[in-house]
Design a protein around this ligand. Sequence first.
Ligand SMILES: *Cc1c(COP(=O)(O)O)cnc(C)c1O
Length: 355
Amino acid sequence: MNLFVMGPVQMFDHTMEIKKKPLPYFRTAEWSTLMLETEVLIKKMLVAGKDAKTVFLTASGTAAMEATIMNCFTQKDKLLVIDGGVFGHRFAEMAERHQIPFDTIDLAFGESLTAEHMAPFSGKGYTALLANIHETSTGQLYDARMLSEFCKNNDMYFIADAISTFLADEYSMEGFGIDVTILSSQKGLAVSPGMSIVVLSDRIYNERVLKIPPKTFYFDFEDYVVNQLRGQPPYTSAVGICMEIHDMLKSLEKEGMENRLRSVRAIVDDFRNRIQATELILPDYPLSYAMTPMIFPRNNASAAFNMLKNEYDIMLTPCPADLKDKVLRVGHLGYHTIEENGPLVQTIAEVLSKV
Ligand SMILES: *Cc1c(COP(=O)(O)O)cnc(C)c1O
């Protein structure tokens, strides 16, 4: 099966090799070395600054989103959430569940987030902005610099779910003034699902995490940060996935971030050029290089998805209910090559002639 999905994505051969290895015991100095190296590499790739703190959680990305809310905010806060799709909406639902006051900026499908959406919320006493930099359900890439400016002007913390933008689009915690970055193993890192990583700025760690009484036992960030100072987790990690992450970061370091982003862009630009020769339409809001959403003018996206999966062994990413017949998404994260694009677009065109 050829996977053009959003996660777990197609894995690299070197990851498959790591998966074959037996799991080591982890309460050892050797394991600590591996996790300390992993921390240095992830902070470097996120341009997090040397004082940033890292939490390695054995849990999916949603847990990392919720843990961030629990560790950084209280009912005295007022949050602003960009609700531009499934994942933004999830942040709003979490704030509600934890009874933290919040407002949302709602985007309709196809609507681009601009500074004009933000302006009415300026000077209104919000303490933090929660945004999924790439809202995976629609493919929209938000303007992190514009959001950063808004947060700076309003003295707000900037919480970024970067799960599906990391390793596809330019990203810099220092450059964008981001206080929390949330990542998950199965997206850009292209390894098994089950680990997530939260990187905290020194400022939010000291001003929030250390000051707010922990409301949760398993997800208490301070516990993870203090233990990670010596390269250990407080509880048993998904050890095999940590090894896959370490291996991936070493290989990325060798390749260089710039080179990786350049090769992703080349593959995706080529795909987008080819697909525009079919009847499918690309949205006109800014897109992440992680994914290409394709609008089906004859509302037959579902039928095309099924035929591609069942008859051609090609797995694209369907959309949630309301967009199910209108949009299919092609995931570009993970192991892909530019050579795949020609046959892929040809197959999509063939399917379009049948559905
Ligand atoms: C995939 C994803 C998540 C996390 O989903 P899990 O299924 O919990 O790993 C969160 N935010 C975004 C933007 C995502 O793409």
